[in-house]
Design a binder for this molecule. Structure first.
Ligand code: HSE
Length: 444
């Protein structure tokens, strides 16, 4: 069979990885796919850079639409990123009858419903293994390997930049701002790190996993997103003293009244495997009713790890290219005509309805009755306390200090209840600074 022909839109870090790995492993990939997979056209605004990567013999253009217009191209790989031109080009490629492979989590988390509908109508595939957790085949695992299960929850470290920063903060006892600057200097964080440190990138990824796990449409606009910018070295230290690590988790969970979809820093018991995932690595825990707990670990970014996921999609498409579209694996794991209906029984829950446990840190006046007042308010609200830690005032504020930190761990509480009781505690004259609240996930 003649090789399947691929056009590549954007040949930066990931694109060059795809080109190099496809070349290096072409014989094994051909034996797996049943036919060759060849990149025959590359589009990049920087034609000279693209030419330097691919050498001679491959058509290099600066206009992506020249690839979409080429009737010989079967698959378009979109590695441009963002919601703008990438969305237009993906939709045009679909309209032209091309299969699409993309690493663009932002595009699919926000415009996935439109893109998957267009692809289904045209009978083409949109594959996106590289969009979530880079080289870890988590989409394949959720969509196919775990297909027997009623998925109960997923919790993932799915942003390497923030995991690197949190690991450094813990190792070196440094605050966020200091470590961010160092991470930027070392190339672990982008010059504009907003999407990573504010949790948006992780929210894009967990939105996609949530849709696949529960058979609901992608609904990024309903995700709760909180990043790591307000975390201090003190909280990381106190968490450790209580037997926890702080990780930025993307969480999606089947609850009684619907589905939770949230990204925020979380205390995780230090003994859990996922709590020990350090540096820029990614890991995802999936809990299914039949399989129990499963863990996936690996590189969530980088040239060849991400290329590994892109090429897996190319091989899938090469194998299923000639299959009747009805008999391919659905984009979001569940048959497309069931997704909208599932929103009736599995609505995404507002954050006020999420139930979790909490770490609270209160900077208080070190005087009689303060602890009683605080715990009294929690008791009145029906919030059960799991543990309390109070530091020596001298240790917190220096010698002769009249302030101290009070750390409280709670049992499961509805977020709306916790919001209200935090507001009451904050109003106490003996609470001297904004209360820190970090959610706690036991993951058992
Ligand atoms: N910026 C992401 C991260 C990688 O830090 O994990 C691409 O999604």
């Amino acid at each position: 069979m003649k090789p399947i022909q691929v056009g590549l839109l954007g040949i930066g870090t990931v694109g060059s990885g795809v080109f190099n790995v496809l070349q290096r492993n072409q014989e094994e990939i051909r034996r797996r796919a049943g036919r060759g997979i060849e990149i025959t056209m590359v589009a990049d605004l920087d034609v000279a850079r693209a030419r330097a990567v691919v050498g001679e013999g491959i058509q290099v253009v600066n206009d992506a639409r020249a690839i979409i217009a080429n009737p010989d191209i079967d698959i378009v790989i979109e590695l441009i990123g963002g919601y703008g031109i990438a969305r237009a080009l993906v939709l045009e490629a679909i309209a032209a009858g091309k299969h699409v492979v993309t690493a663009n989590k932002a595009l699919l988390a926000v415009h996935g419903t439109e893109i998957f509908a267009a692809a289904s109508a045209k009978g083409v595939m949109v594959a996106f293994e590289a969009a979530v957790a880079g080289g870890i085949p988590i989409i394949k695992a959720l969509r196919e390997g775990l297909t027997a299960n009623r998925i109960q929850w997923i919790a993932g470290i799915i942003n390497g930049t923030t995991n690197f920063i949190l690991s450094e903060m813990r190792d070196k006892g440094l605050d966020f701002d200091v470590v961010l600057k160092e991470a930027q200097r070392l190339g672990y964080a982008e010059a504009d790190p907003t999407f990573d440190i504010e949790g948006v990138d992780a929210a894009h990824k967990v939105t996609l996993m949530s849709a696949i796990a529960f058979g609901i449409p992608v609904q990024f606009d309903k995700a709760y997103v909180e990043g790591i910018t307000k975390l201090g070295a003190a909280d990381i230290k106190y968490a450790e003293q209580l037997g926890y690590r702080i990780k930025l988790l993307g969480i999606t969970k089947r609850a009684d009244k619907g589905v939770e979809l949230r990204v925020h820093p979380s205390l995780v018991p230090a003994k859990r495997l996922i709590a020990n995932v350090e540096g820029a690595m990614n890991a995802v825990v999936v809990q299914g009713d039949a399989v129990g707990s499963t863990l996936y670990y690996g590189k969530g970014a980088g040239s060849e790890p991400t290329a590994s996921a892109v090429i897996a999609d190319l091989v899938d498409i090469a194998r299923l290219h000639t299959a009747d579209p009805e008999h391919r694996v659905p984009h979001l794991a569940f048959q497309a005509n069931t997704l909208a209906d599932a929103m009736g029984t599995l609505p995404l829950l507002p954050m006020s309805e999420v139930v979790t446990s909490y770490y609270l840190r209160l900077r208080v006046a070190d005087q009689a009755g303060v602890l009683a007042k605080v715990t009294g308010l929690l008791a009145e609200a029906g919030v059960s306390i799991d543990a309390v830690l109070q530091r020596e005032a001298d240790e917190v504020g220096g010698e002769g200090s009249t302030q101290t930190d009070l750390i409280i761990l709670t049992h499961d509480t509805r977020e709306g209840t916790m919001d209200a009781v935090i507001a009451q505690m904050q109003a106490l004259p003996t609470v001297l600074a904004p209360i820190t609240r970090i959610r706690k996930e036991e993951l058992n």
